[in-house]
Ligand binder design. Sequence first.
Ligand SMILES: [Zn+2]
Length: 464
Amino acid sequence: MVGLFIRNARFLITVDEKRRIIKDGAVAIEGNKIASVGKTEDLLKEYRDSEQVIDASKMIVVPGFVNCHHHSPYSFLRSLGDNLDLPTFIVHRTRPMASILTKEEGHIAATAVLLESIKNGTTMIADTGEGQVDGVPDAIEKTGIRAVVGKSVLDIPKIGHNASNKLEDRTEKAIGDAKEFYEKHDGRGNGRLRVWFSPSHERSVSDRLVKELSDMALQNGVGWETHVAASNTSVLEHKENFHGKGAIERFAELGALGPHFMAVHANWISDEELELICKHDVRVCHNPTSGVAGGFGTFSRGKFVEMMQRGVTVALGSDNVARSNHMDMLRVAQATAVHRDVREDPTLFPPETLLEMLTINGAKTLLREDETGSIEEGKKADIILFRINLIEWQPLYNPVSNLIQCANGSSVDTSIIDGKVVMENRTVKTVNESEVVEKIEEVSEGILGRAGLERYAKGRWEIE
Ligand SMILES: [Zn+2]
């Protein structure tokens, strides 16, 4: 007898090594792990008397989605990032917000964004850890999601920052802060939370800071990440600060590249940098909706098609809710298809590839492919169930095509993370959604006021 048995799934999409899709599929879950996967008729005898049985005859069963990039504190900036270039967005939106949030408000922001993620089928998420990050680990523990978080640090302040002390002292403090956060929070939530090292942006971090954080990541069996070449201005600023070099080129010289490095964005990399990414098996987090929102040149300049052709592990990220404007990874995957149009090639990014990017590639990028990213015996049970008796799912011939291209996150019915049912029939069980919504309504205006951002909280049309 096992704890949880999912039976009669219309389709079970495993994303395992053989990419099996099982009709009338079943999954048995014992504790937080997957005990068995197969046809219902083969598993029924052994598992029919499980403590909890889910009839999935009107569902398809899929590995939970992985979102490799977001920022919790900017939950309160929703709709305030419209039509802004990157420097304006950073200096006049995110920094004022990051500087005023209390730990409690950071916790509310993280809870909100994790709740929205769970409702849209995300079971693992990476927060780059900018701003008020101290309230984030508690939110991860409480909501039940699997996560990677690093405390974002920098030692080369530029626009919008004060630099009163010496570089050496700033570097020392940044390393100390990152280490302290790692020691305090890594492994929390039954190991669901892993802490990474997160130098903020490529242009704001010294050679020593990058090298030491990369080494610390390796020593501790985790990864490091940074924003790289998101827009042309990021590249130009990096070249100005670092003798005309590209960031990937500089990191290679520092010996900081490897599978333990996640390059976030990587929209404006050179051909030489693409070679380095391939050579060192660097993992890349592509943020298509963020690029569309910010006009970064993600599609026109990005080498994601070449990365895929060269076998680079490319995963997907939503970025913050003032950029993507939502936490629905299916919408993020759908935006990736714009590459077909830009390259005038309809064969690019088929739905199967996009599903891999949302699941197993995300797990590989966050160095957790042994644990999650597919539905396989021995892996942690991170599984989502989509309701298919909905009009957007019909007719249903090809489940992967319908999943990736027709559905959106609102048809996720049930979410299981680390073997626990965290959402059933669209009701999240770990936190009270109505209370979270009320809390945000209660505090959001005050927060905008304190950040001095009220004037941006309106659109182009007057509200009477
Ligand atoms: Zn970001």
